[in-house]
Write a new protein. Structure first.
Length: 455
């Protein structure tokens, strides 16, 4: 094959795209449509709780249009990291939407549903064999921690997508996958340069993020050739430049020239970026370094239940002594919690107080921490083993913060404005990522199971 065109309609299922843009790029007769379905941008909740990132209605709208487009052209639709996190629950949630779309529209096709959440026994066996190793940085890991995680997924490479298409699947719904694997799978299979294929995939996986004037989520068209690929925005009003495409190559990478994938590393130090016209960019020279095959692991573990209090402070006298006011407030709150629950509770809960408008984002690393505007936002969060305990702590903490005194005033004050009533907000269960590790599989397909289903 000398040339392959393929489409990324948007950065993520559920984030939306212009229907007219999709129609425009489908007129180019693409070889396949690929789309990411998830991310860790929102943290571990989607994986831990098995919840989607976007609303069902939003995901159904996007999937409905993409399935129809793929079936009309008789080409594959590849979706990775289904349902936000790609766990079993997330994957089946997406499959239910696809079935509903098929029933409503009279579609019939073969689907592949790729499970990326292996049995825990498999992971424990790999751990005992020394085939799970940490990345930097990584939390401590032992068998107990691995066994107690709520959900652990393996981030698949190109091989499961390739096998699913080889076996006739027209709609491929994958669990957790490398964002780029979705778009590199078929170009690599058909003999195109791995360097160019992975580099193009890096640009495509975020949809139209590599344009200079992104005013709405939208897509990209890639034309892959033996010695180059060309990136073109799906929306005729959007433009790519050599700088915008090169800049997106650096996006979310620790190294500007090495991008690690399951089978090796994309090398972009020799890549060149050239404007084809005012909208399109040609890329050449990308390389790929083969390395021992590893699969990234993501795990989520529930750590408790959380309640929060949000309040605003605008009093200039309080703001002038904010650190001492917060410090003494913090002590009063912890003393109050001790009086309610006893000293034994100290090791069983966590309280955090952030100051937005000063250092709420970066904390002590904020370089302009000494600068305070005319108001700040206080965020108090309390984490405990059950929701009732967290709520009780937050209610006490919020009340103390509201009336916490300052030396200049000897009567009762109300120094915090609560934007919500009631001021305690119960957030339910919260999770943490408990893995930053890779597993060494016997084969690239080892942790994954493909279930072929007919609609």
């Amino acid at each position: 094959m000398k040339e392959m065109r393929y489409v990324s309609p948007t950065g993520m299922i559920g984030s939306g795209f212009q229907e007219a843009s999709l129609k425009r790029v489908m007129a180019a007769d693409p070889f396949f449509i690929g789309c990411d379905g998830g991310s860790t941008d929102d943290g571990p909740y989607q994986l831990g709780a098995g919840k989607p990132m976007f609303a069902r209605q939003a995901c159904k709208r996007d999937l409905r249009l993409l399935i129809a487009a793929a079936l009309e052209k008789k080409i594959p639709l590849l979706v990775g990291s289904c349902g936000g996190a790609g766990g079993k629950i997330n994957l089946e949630w997406t499959w239910e939407i696809v079935q509903e779309i098929a029933r409503e529209n009279g579609h019939h096709f073969k689907a592949a549903v790729i499970d990326s959440e292996p049995p825990r026994e498999y992971l424990l066996k790999k751990f005992r064999e020394g085939r799970i190793r940490p990345l930097d940085p990584a939390p401590p890991l032992d068998e107990k921690a691995l066994a107690s995680a709520d959900h652990v997924v393996c981030m698949m490479g190109v091989e499961p997508f390739q096998e699913a298409v080889d076996n006739g699947a027209q709609v491929v719904l994958a669990g957790r996958s490398s964002d780029t694997s979705i778009f590199a799978a078929l170009p690599v299979k058909h003999g195109f340069s791995p360097g160019l294929a992975w580099h193009a995939a890096k640009i495509l996986e975020c949809g139209a993020a590599a344009v200079t004037n992104r005013f709405t989520p939208d897509g990209m068209l890639c034309t892959m050739r033996q010695d180059e690929f060309i990136i073109e925005p799906a929306n005729p009003q959007m433009k790519c430049t050599p700088v915008s495409v090169a800049a997106h190559t650096l996006y979310e990478n620790a190294d500007p020239f090495l991008l690690y994938e399951p089978s090796g590393a994309l090398e972009t130090d020799k890549a060149t970026y050239e404007a084809v016209d005012e909208r399109c960019v040609r890329v050449r020279g990308s390389g790929f370094r083969k390395m021992p095959y590893t699969i990234k692991l993501e795990g989520a573990q529930m750590i408790g239940y959380q309640s929060i209090v949000i309040g605003g402070v605008r009093d200039p006298v309080i703001l002038g002594q904010l650190d001492s006011w917060i410090s003494s407030m913090h002590k009063r709150i912890t003393d109050r919690i001790d009086s309610i629950f006893g000293q034994d509770m100290k090791a069983k809960y966590h309280m955090n107080l952030r100051v937005y408008g000063r250092d709420g984002v970066m904390g002590k690393r904020e370089p302009e921490r000494g600068k305070i505007g005319h108001e700040v936002c206080l965020l108090l969060d309390f984490l405990a083993d059950d929701q009732e305990t967290a709520h009780t702590m937050a209610a006490s903490g919020g009340h103390i913060a509201l009336h916490h005194p300052i030396p200049e005033w000897h009567g009762l004050i109300s120094g915090v404005a609560f934007p919500y009533a009631p001021h305690v907000i119960d957030r339910g269960p919260v999770y943490r990522f408990m893995l930053n590790h890779v597993v060494e599989p016997a084969t690239p397909m080892e942790p994954f199971r493909i279930d072929y289903r007919k609609v």
